[in-house]
Design a protein around this ligand. Structure first.
Ligand code: DGL
Length: 244
């Protein structure tokens, strides 16, 4: 199986990490649109246009599947990507919702959704959760975490200050959906701030979804990786070495 993983930038590497840990694929072609990140503050039409361009890029490879690691793209452009791709396109939002409901039997559980402004405005997570009768939801755009993670700030004073800023009125939820590629990198800090609340990670969620919906007859210990970026591929390669 040869797949493409698409993200607005470097954040999707957190999803690649999960895919590698579960040894699902023989080859992964990663494309990060580093020249145009962040997508999380852009409008719907722009996000769709960029996403279709990514599908065009992936047509250079003979892919079996495209995984959209970016929550913002998954929230807005999955249908359009599916319409123009020649292979299945899988997003992280449905997978994240499924992983959340699998881990919370009680439909009255309090769920906090953290994501970019665009993802929160789309209500993609909220709508799917409400369809499944989970209605105790709080959604919070926490876009400042994105540049902090890109600065490799995963803990410490600055991050704590942003937690206080965003979460001052928020009580400990039963689960937090990390609805943005970058947020798994601050999961330790979030978990200690919220005193052990359950965290839902897109990468792990997509692995669960894939294993449920597709047959994987073989484990790949030595997945071939190729990284492409619309700007500064060297920086992407360096961060990939560090994160993966
Ligand atoms: N990859 C984006 C997401 O998961 C976060 C970064 C951005 O705003 O582009 O929503």
């Amino acid at each position: 199986m040869k797949i493409g993983v698409f993200d607005s930038g470097i954040g999707g590497l957190t999803v690649v990490k999960s895919l590698l840990e579960h040894k699902l694929f023989e080859e992964i072609i990663y494309f990060g649109d580093t020249a145009r990140v962040p997508y999380g503050i852009k409008d719907k039409n722009t996000i769709i246009r960029y996403a279709i361009e990514a599908v065009e890029f992936f047509k250079n490879f003979d892919l079996d599947m495209i995984i959209v690691a970016c929550n913002t793209v998954s929230a807005y452009a999955l249908k359009e990507m599916r319409d123009s791709a020649k292979c299945p396109v899988v997003g992280v939002v449905e997978a994240g919702v499924q992983a959340t409901t699998n881990s919370l039997e009680d439909k009255n559980s309090n769920i906090l959704i953290l994501a970019t402004k665009a993802t929160i405005n789309s209500k993609a997570y909220e709508n799917l959760l409400r369809e499944k009768n989970y209605n105790n939801l709080e959604a919070k755009a926490t876009g400042l975490f994105v540049p902090l993670v890109e600065e490799e700030i995963y803990n410490g004073e600055i991050l704590e200050a942003t937690f206080k800023h965003y979460f001052k009125d928020i009580k400990k939820p039963d689960a937090i959906i990390l609805g943005c590629t970058h947020f798994p990198l601050i999961s330790k800090a979030l978990s200690s701030y919220f005193n052990g609340t359950k965290l839902i990670h897109s990468g792990e969620a997509i692995v669960q979804e894939l294993e449920k919906n597709f047959t994987f007859s073989k484990k790949y210990n030595d997945t071939k990786l190729q990284f492409f970026a619309s700007e500064n591929p060297t920086a992407l390669n360096n961060i990939a070495k560090k994160w993966l």
